[in-house]
Design a protein around this ligand. Structure first.
Ligand code: SF4
Length: 371
């Protein structure tokens, strides 16, 4: 296939030769107006890796507190101590939240929260142990690098000691958040109190070296430039070359409602699909690219499966963080709804666990699921 944008032809030749794309080529991909050409390039790479398979996980989100010492301008989730709407779950409330879904085949608990100064390492260890005893068969994917840094600092333990205590209590994987955009300029303007790019990369490297997989994300659609987006992808790619610890990359579309940046418009479908396709092409060493339906909507996530994404994330059940920032997507989807979204986009659904192993007996009969 040849494209109207000659830059895409050159990039296609490089991909066919197995060559890595450069920073400038990443910029060209973001700059092109040939969205369908960009999508075709990303789709070819996606199909080479995953064929016609599209993954999803049966998961549950658990936000243990939204009290937070930080003041990130893009956040609609956090509250100060004593502010209306603030919450911190007791262990009884954690058990209750899990018990409400006890009859569902949940494979993964996604657990994140704010930096609540009232909570020490003991709370986090108890939280993990409580989840593990209620859901021994599920993977606990918990705490971003921001929370790991907070725990290490407040407990005065080294990063390695902090991580190993969490692992002993049940931590099995890290989600990808907290980096936002790996740019000192954006950090200074939007999330000065949160860890910076260097510390985020240092923590994630330590997590990977401890033997845990993590995801990686990029929050886009606020004040970041195309150069900063591509630099973010290149920094993740360089870390992945060293550790191999990233499982999936998830572009996160910014939602501004109820934040200090509420004057900013929503991302467009053009931008959302580009974010998926460019990441598929630049991140040649990260196996999976997710179209996170909560942020871009179920319908566009379905389209994104043909623009480089191979995973729709999960059923979720009660997403809070993005809905507090104005997301209009559903708060959760059933397994049948996930399967319908994937099948009607022309792909074969594969229900997976946190590590992309197909869940026995849960996939579509007669369709190939091995990877
Ligand atoms: S994004 Fe996270 S660290 Fe920042 S204010 Fe919100 S909860 Fe706190």
């Amino acid at each position: 296939m040849r494209f109207t944008d000659s830059r895409l032809n050159r990039i296609q030749d490089k991909i066919s030769a197995g060559d890595r794309l450069t920073f400038n080529e990443g910029l060209a991909l973001y700059d092109t107006r040939d969205l369908l050409g960009l999508g075709a390039l990303a789709d070819a790479v996606r199909r080479k890796r995953h064929g016609n398979r599209a993954y999803f996980v049966y998961n549950q989100h658990l936000n243990y507190t939204n009290i937070c010492a930080n003041t990130c301008l893009f956040c609609a989730f956090s509250r100060k101590e004593g502010e209306p709407g603030g919450f911190t779950l007791s262990m009884d409330e954690v058990r209750e939240a899990l018990a409400q879904r006890a009859d569902e085949p949940i494979r993964e608990l996604h657990v994140v929260g704010g930096l609540n100064p009232a909570l020490g390492l003991g709370y986090y260890l108890e939280l993990l142990e409580t989840i593990r005893s209620a859901r021994p068969e599920a993977t606990i994917k918990a705490f971003t690098a921001v929370e790991i840094d907070y725990l290490s600092r407040t407990s005065k333990l080294s990063l390695q000691e902090t991580i190993s205590k969490l692992m002993a209590a049940g931590l099995s994987m890290l989600p990808g958040g907290g980096a936002e955009v790996l740019s000192d300029r954006v950090h200074e303007k939007l999330f000065r109190k949160k860890i910076d790019a260097g510390r985020w990369l240092e923590i994630v490297e330590a997590v990977h070296r401890a033997g845990l997989k993590s995801n990686a994300t990029m929050l886009y659609g606020h004040i970041e430039t195309a150069e900063e987006r591509v630099a973010h992808l290149c920094r993740l790619r360089a870390l992945q070359d060293r550790t191999g610890g990233f499982s999936a990359f998830i572009p996160l579309a910014f939602h501004s409602k109820n934040t200090a940046l509420s004057h900013l418009p929503a991302t467009t479908a053009f931008d959302d699909l580009k974010a998926v396709a460019v990441s598929r092409l630049m991140l040649d060493n990260i196996e999976h690219i997710k179209a996170y339906w909560v942020m871009i909507g179920e319908k566009l996530a379905q389209v994104a499966l043909s623009f480089g994404a191979d995973d729709l994330d999960g059923t979720i059940i009660e997403e809070k963080i993005t809905h507090m920032a104005g997301a209009t997507s559903a708060k959760g989807l059933s397994r049948n709804e996930m399967i319908r979204l994937i099948e009607s986009a022309g792909f074969d659904p594969v229900e997976r666990d946190s590590f992309y192993r197909p869940v026995a007996g849960a996939t579509v009969p007669g369709k190939e699921t091995s990877q």
